[in-house]
Ligand binder design. Structure first.
Ligand code: G6P
Length: 596
């Protein structure tokens, strides 16, 4: 978590750094800061709170500088406070550092430095990097960074400057993402592409323990033995507009509305290389958060289409520590928007160690999961900025459907012709999503009546239950209303005791064959005082005074989550919007969870 950016060039550094931080705020937003070179010292401005506070402070100052670093923080060690904000300086103010990650041996390093008289001012693990680099500094920043990085344990993406080398910005990373952007007007480091997309689409992806040395005219790469490296430059295809709000009040709404397009792009991009599923006897899908929910939905699809003996879905944080029964006959599918989620990466490495074959479904090109998995399929969601995922989730679903159809054909569980029909059905999703988006006004109005509920439950059966998990997660993430999702059949085993007057139950019903079953659950909760919001494409569904209905277009049952989820996303969005909450940056959350 945390976002870092750095710039060395001809332009004024402060606006470039602040603008970049705005694009990185999704990674953490409890404090922000910058350090830039002025004539003969670092000018550091940093404070607790949202970036907007820092911006206001900077508006009243004129800082002339062409080089600097910036940081937006998600606190791990040390509470959010001015002093714990980055950048951190060494005690002699000679070295300035921004850090994303966790220095696991910081206590030992800090104790060693303190014994040598170094005075620490913050409670962070990150300050140790600045203090250590300053302690080691020998007149050469590259040498110093190598020595410092060698002493660090844990994860880091670092931007480092030294007062005695005013032309040089050095970056190094391990287990956290860092890119280097190059352009006519200067060179950049950043945690993610959107931060620099406005200035350049030419980037290098830094590998672990690679070091970048930037000046305003050049970038050089080294390994830890100080050998010069030749790296491949990559062209980013994301458009500049895709990382801007484009007139919408929140990125989340913009990203919901973008779904017909990104779904179309993802459906149309061909899956070129996948393993032969007939050589496996087990599939494990593993991920975190919403990506895990996409996995839960897809389990129903894989099971129904592939009739495969063993298909499991596991939270990556559980998979990595459970000594999973996987081997070279197991295909492990990793689902991740960022491709940088620490638990998902660890799950992949664990699976590989056991000989399993890995396939990642990832949105960010060049991310760790994309690079390290045996096979990678990209979603074409474009940059997703809102912390609560919408379009990335939807594109994950369609990639999983496409895989399930391909595997079912390979396994001869369906004919090529049946496969084509299912593919046509998948291709119909974007238009049907667009049709649902025409009902935004109804959903907005209905959601505005729901902000007073203390608890909102989501129920469904079968694949409708799987998508209920995502609906519930979305709602609690951004509206702070307590919410849980239950399989309809489980209600009577406990949850119904929580249902009373002033409870809302959102029911999803797109499995025609199970409509009467979920409807009896609906009647049970209504008779105990609940109100119901039913999201369904079943013909028989009707509105009553206790039940509000949103009708969905028809689609094959297995792909219906792609339609119901749009309503659930919009519902959550408008509940949170009506509560006046900071939707794109919900409290305590960050988009990219690069620590355990
Ligand atoms: C965070 C985000 C979620 C996301 C999850 C996994 O919790 O808020 O939206 O689903 O991380 O992230 P990934 O990048 O691996 O999909």
């Amino acid at each position: 978590m945390c976002g870092i950016i750095g710039y060395a060039g001809d332009e004024s550094a402060v606006p470039i750094i602040v603008d970049g931080l705005k694009k990185l705020e999704y990674r953490g937003y409890d404090s922000a800061g910058i350090a830039v070179f002025t004539k003969d010292s670092f000018k550091v401005v940093k404070q607790k709170g949202r970036l907007v506070g820092l911006e206001e402070r900077l508006e009243n100052t004129t800082i002339t500088s062409n080089m600097g670093i910036g940081h937006t923080r998600w606190a791990t060690h040390g509470e959010p406070s001015d002093v714990n904000s980055h950048p951190h300086l060494g005690s002699g103010s000679k070295i300035a550092v921004v850090h994303n990650g966790i220095i696991e041996n910081y206590k030992q390093l800090k104790a060693q430095l303190e014994r040598r008289g170094v005075k620490f001012v913050s409670q962070t693990d990150s300050e140790v990097v600045a203090q250590l680099a300053e302690y080691y500094y020998n007149g050469n920043l590259l040498d110093t960074v190598i020595k410092t990085a060698n002493a660090l344990e844990g994860s880091y993406a670092l931007g480092i400057m030294c007062l005695e080398e005013p032309d040089v910005l050095v970056a190094v990373k391990k287990d956290n993402p860092l890119i280097v952007g190059v352009s006519e007007k200067g060179n950049f480091i950043a945690s993610d592409v959107p931060a620099i997309l406005k200035h350049t689409n030419q980037v290098f992806y830094l590998e672990d323990k690679e070091i970048a040395v930037l000046t305003k005219r050049a970038v050089q790469f080294f390994n830890m033995d100080k050998e010069l490296l030749t790296k491949q430059i990559e062209t980013i295809t994301w458009s500049v507009d895709s990382a801007e709000k484009g007139g919408y009040p929140h990125f989340m709404l913009k990203e919901i509305v973008e779904q017909p397009k990104v779904l179309c792009d993802t459906i149309q991009s061909e899956i070129i290389k996948i393993p032969d599923i007939t050589s496996f006897n087990k599939i494990v899908i593993t991920a975190c958060g919403s990506a895990y929910n996409a996995g839960v939905v897809s389990k129903y699809v894989f099971e129904r289409l592939c009739r495969f003996p063993s298909i499991e879905v596991e939270l990556a944080s559980e998979f990595r520590y459970k000594d999973a029964c996987v081997d070279e006959k197991t295909l492990v599918i990793l689902v991740s928007q960022s491709g940088e989620t620490a638990d998902t990466i660890a799950a992949m490495r664990e699976a590989k160690t056991k000989g399993a074959i890995t396939l990642s479904i990832v949105n960010v090109v060049g991310s760790t999961l994309a690079k390290e998995a045996d096979y990678t399929v990209y979603t074409a969601a474009g940059p997703e900025i809102a912390v609560a995922t919408t379009k990335a989730f939807s594109t994950q679903l369609v990639v999983l459907y496409k895989l399930a159809v391909k595997f079912a054909v390979q396994l001869q569980k369906i004919s090529a012709d049946e496969g084509r029909k299912l593919s046509d059905e998948i291709a119909s999703i974007p238009d049907k999503v667009a049709e649902i988006l025409t009902k935004i006004d109804f959903i907005q109005k209905y959601a505005s009546t729901c902000i007073g509920y203390k608890s909102i439950f989501f129920i469904g059966r079968n694949i409708d239950y799987a998508i209920a998990l995502e609906g519930s997660l979305k709602l609690k993430e951004i509206s702070y209303i307590h919410s849980e999702a239950y399989a309809g059949g489980e209600l009577k085993h406990g949850t119904i005791s929580l249902v009373e007057e002033n409870t809302l139950v959102v029911a999803i019903s797109c499995c025609q064959r199970l409509y009467s079953k979920i409807f009896s659950n609906i009647e049970q909760v209504i008779s105990r005082g609940a109100k119901v919001f039913l999201v369904s494409n079943v013909e028989a569904a009707e509105e009553t005074d206790k039940l509000s209905l949103l009708k969905l277009p028809n689609i094959h049952e297995l792909f219906s989550p792609s339609l119901s989820v749009i309503v659930l996303q919009l519902f959550s969005y408008y509940v949170a919007a009506n509560k006046g909450l900071d939707i794109d940056k919900p409290r305590n959350l960050a988009k990219s969870v690069t620590v355990e």
